[in-house]
Design a binder for this molecule. Structure first.
Ligand code: ASP
Length: 377
């Protein structure tokens, strides 16, 4: 029988991949791969999870079957990332559906390279002289400030308007006109707006880059990409893969745009199990359930947190989006839907990852993710 080390070396050889590229292909850290490749009598050596072996076998099977497809993928991979994920041929980011697994990986590699700049260990002025237009017609703290801060850290400047009251939209200006005028002043736009599809309307009216920072209950691509990046880094630390993982999504799955984008992105991976825990009036829209099921993932819906969280690798809790309610009632929600320490201790595993896109509703009785988990590692 082949050793794990021979198996991995043979796979890299047949796929013609370096260790770095092989680790990327598997969605794991290079360090994890290195430990699986160490001689088995080394004290640092680790057994690779069964799921990795299955995934490698599947990659090999595809590579053998589909030489043509691999060639096409290679030529796509040679294209600049902005072209690979373009929206209607323009460098705009409106939905996570613009990504496939390879382009996501390519983006994560850019993010890795940018980390020292975000931490001010390195300086870049790559956006010197560029102006970002930041248009937030809905409440925001993190998304607005993080886009602005990132643009400034790269040497650019930001002009913004927040809310309808202080913009010409209060005077009845259309999305089309606002977008046309703004694109005369700025080099890129980040837009948040309460209507689903509205940011696409902004994007279609201009050729400059437009990023969707949240379109009502539609999507929140940057949040989901960040969540997946975080998850992937945490998983590679734990030696786990996103393929085959169990993710519990909790809270307002009807109006929560972060979960809409996240479930689509996670669906690019293989063999996931999703447990969706929401009050009956706030369940995940059926178009998303169908999309996820079509990719072959398992979906279970429940109103019991104990059932939904049991055995999950990831618990992603969300805020109730009351501002979007359209007559929904969430009677009974308050006592039943709080992810709190006693519940996590009772039903989750020691390495279950708890996530929340924030903001967390901290008002009394709001019953969002409990503050008693603040010191949970
Ligand atoms: N900040 C996220 C969003 O804009 C989540 C939330 O508001 O609950 O969608």
């Amino acid at each position: 029988m082949h050793s794990q080390q021979d198996f991995l070396r043979d796979a890299m050889h047949r796929l013609n991949l370096t260790r770095d590229r092989f680790a990327d292909r598997l969605g794991i850290r290079r360090r994890a791969l290195d430990t699986w490749l160490l001689p088995s009598d080394s004290s640092e050596s680790r057994a690779m999870p069964d799921m990795v072996e299955k995934f490698v076998l599947e990659i090999l099977r595809h590579a053998a079957q589909d030489g043509q497809g691999a060639l096409a993928a290679d030529s796509r991979a040679a294209q600049p990332l902005a072209e690979r994920i373009a929206f209607e041929g323009k460098p705009q980011l409106l939905s996570v559906s613009q990504f496939d697994r390879d382009s996501l990986e390519a983006l994560f590699q850019v993010a890795d390279i940018m980390q020292p700049i975000a931490r001010r260990q390195k300086v870049s002025r790559v956006l010197e002289g560029a102006v970002l237009g930041s248009l937030f017609f809905e409440a925001s703290t993190r998304t607005r400030v993080s886009f602005g801060a990132a643009f400034c850290r790269l040497g650019g400047t930001v002009c913004d308007t927040t809310g309808f009251t202080f913009s010409s939209m209060a005077k009845g200006e259309s999305i089309y006109d606002t977008s046309r005028v703004m694109s005369g002043y700025v080099d890129a736009l980040v837009v948040r707006h309460p209507e689903q599809g509205s940011v696409t309307e902004f994007a279609r009216a201009t050729n400059i880059p437009v990023i969707n920072a949240g379109d009502g209950p539609g999507e929140h691509p940057s949040q989901a990409i960040l969540d997946l990046y975080t998850l992937q880094r945490e998983f590679s630390r734990l030696g786990k893969l996103i393929d085959g993982t169990h993710v519990a999504l909790v809270g307002d799955l009807k109006y929560g745009r972060t979960v809409h984008s996240l479930i689509r992105l996670l669906s690019l991976y293989q063999g996931l199990k999703f447990t969706l825990v929401a009050p009956s009036s706030l369940e995940m829209p059926s178009y998303l359930l169908e999309l996820v099921a079509r990719q072959g993932h398992v979906i279970e819906q429940t109103q019991s947190l104990e059932t939904g969280l049991h055995g999950a690798d990831v618990v992603y809790a969300t805020r109730i989006q009351r501002e979007r309610f359209n007559g929904e009632s969430i009677e009974g929600y308050a006592p039943d839907f709080q992810v709190c320490k006693s519940l996590v201790d009772a039903v989750c595993k020691a390495d279950t990852i708890l996530m929340h896109p924030l903001p967390r509703d901290g008002r009394p009785g709001a019953n969002d993710l409990s503050t008693d988990l603040n010191y949970d590692p």
